[in-house]
Design a protein around this ligand. Structure first.
Ligand code: NDP
Ligand code: 2IT
Length: 449
């Protein structure tokens, strides 16, 4: 491996001890860009990699709130403002008990590259809290969100940093956060948050954008290799925002989705997943995926037992991990291959372990990497910001056609970079190189900052 890259990986390990997810994401990117770094000596001379792996700012804060029993609960809030090179900090908020600094930093780091690939003016950030919205009343979620925003508001703004949703943060949470921001600032600054409800400044098609975008990328990738989605069997992990709309679009492209999951287990329906029922269970009732069997008793339910999710043991042509990081292990990758899987599309962020990614690439399974394949969500967030600035709305069709074109462009730039750097079909390298080159150019143009 290139000596400069080796040195930076070691330095990152020393400076961020125990941050396994952050180190994993840095290794994936740096491991992809050797040829580019070797060809540009100025990157080393001007410490481009040292700067790119160090967040511009990390904010952590206390979030006290009162639950329905009157007990005071204290959570920890985060915002990692990783890079403002090409636009205001931009990226989601995650509310999940597993949230820690390493997870926030890996997500923020990934976001810089993803956002660069969209071709839109957005920097990279991520935030969130170890708050668990599961089982909380609407009032508890509101009080938590209000307390969270009472600290966060001083660090964000429509030209500074624009949060959105992620795991555990959807339109309900964004609404409570926006209401509190507006109250504190005493001004309507629509573009300060994205993923807003349509009735007060949100964009049509933002809710659908990540899942739909994933399927547009998948369509392009399959077409480039002589395949299509028509009549393909698809399995999806997760049953949240990304998974639901990936499923909907997979059907629209003529595929059949036979499995979905949540953090407890997965359902298999050989007749094809009833997506309207999944929406009822997960979006409306906030229930468990197991409830699917109450309406469709012929379906099968498999409970999660160990590290490997049972969803990847189901025979499929196309696997779409849309739940969380490191949910697809080497062991699962091998089972997918044995069962004839031809392509994997990462709707979640960093869902495949490094070993699983390597296995897919070395064993002829097409891999649509997260930074490229799930960029449709943040791209549509940027379209929401531009509508808020214009004080104007696009129709659903207008937004979706912009999203489609952006996903086609992201595929093209990943494809071209992969060919140019002698790794045709390796879209992990292609996407990382395309994004890195843009960011490195912006860094050099702006001087030592
Ligand atoms: P949601 O909260 O809407 O849904 C998350 C889904 O994943 C749920 O089904 C949840 O199950 C499952 N899940 C979460 N954590 C785990 C876990 N530790 N183990 C197993 N299953 C889990 O989130 P999103 O759909 O928005 O996000 C899913 C992924 O997509 C994340 O990786 C996110 O970073 C990424 N992403 C999201 C974008 C967006 O626009 N929302 C954009 C780009 C990427 P349960 O219901 O049991 O909690
Ligand atoms: O991971 C992601 O890209 C998101 N959660 C969406 C971020 C955004 O700002 O829309």
């Amino acid at each position: 491996m290139n000596e400069y890259i080796q040195r930076i990986i070691k330095l990152t390990e020393q400076k961020n001890p125990g941050e396994t997810e952050f180190l994993q994401s840095v290794k994936e990117v740096l491991g992809s860009i050797e040829e580019v770094v070797a060809a540009h000596k100025e990157y080393e001379e001007l410490s481009v990699l040292e700067r790119m792996t160090e967040p511009e700012r990390i904010i952590t804060f206390r979030v006290p709130w009162v639950n329905d029993e009157g007990k005071v609960i204290v959570n920890r809030g985060y915002r990692v403002q990783f890079s403002s090179l090409i636009g205001p900090y931009k990226g989601g908020l995650r509310f999940h008990p597993s949230v820690n600094q390493s997870i926030m930093k890996f997500l923020g780091f990934e976001q810089i590259f993803k956002n660069a690939l969209t071709g839109l003016p957005i920097g990279g950030a991520k935030g969130g809290s170890d708050f668990d919205p599961k089982g909380k009343s609407d009032n508890e979620v509101m009080r938590f969100c209000q307390s969270f925003m009472t600290e966060l508001y001083r660090h964000i703004g429509q030209d500074v940093d624009v949060p959105a949703g992620d795991i555990g943060v959807g339109a309900r949470e964004v609404g409570y956060l926006f209401g509190q921001y507006k109250r504190i600032k005493d001004a309507y600054e629509g573009g300060v948050l994205t993923g807003k409800d349509i009735c007060y400044g949100g964009s049509l098609a933002r809710k659908e954008a990540t899942g739909y975008g994933l399927m547009y990328f998948m369509r392009e990738m399959l077409n480039a290799h002589g395949h299509s989605l028509e009549n393909k069997i698809v399995t999806i992990s997760g049953s949240g925002n990304v998974a639901i709309y990936a499923c909907e679009k997979a059907y629209a492209f003529g595929a059949k989705v036979v499995a979905m999951s949540d953090s407890n287990g997965c359902i298999y329906d050989e007749n094809g997943i009833d997506i309207e029922l999944i929406k009822q269970i997960k979006e409306v009732r906030r229930g468990r995926i197991k409830e699917y069997l109450e309406v469709h008793p012929h379906a099968k339910y498999m409970e999660n037992t160990g590290e490997d999710s049972p969803v990847w043991t189901i025979k499929t042509d196309i696997a779409l991990p849309c739940a969380t990081q490191n949910e697809l292990t080497l062991n699962s990758a091998k089972i997918l291959k044995e069962n004839g899987c031809i392509a994997v599309g990462e709707g979640a962020n960093m869902p495949s372990t490094l070993e699983a990614m390597e296995y897919f690439i070395n064993n002829g399974i097409l891999l649509a990497p997260a930074k490229a394949a799930n960029a449709g969500g943040v791209a549509t967030s940027a379209i929401e910001m531009s509508q808020n600035s214009m004080r104007y709305y696009y129709t659903f069709e207008e937004v979706e056609s912009k999203l489609e074109q952006i996903m086609i462009n992201i595929f093209k730039s990943s494809y071209e970079a992969a060919n140019r750097y002698n790794c045709p079909g390796n879209y992990v390298k292609g996407a990382n190189i395309a994004a890195f080159r843009k960011l490195a150019d912006a860094m050099l143009a702006q001087g030592i900052v």
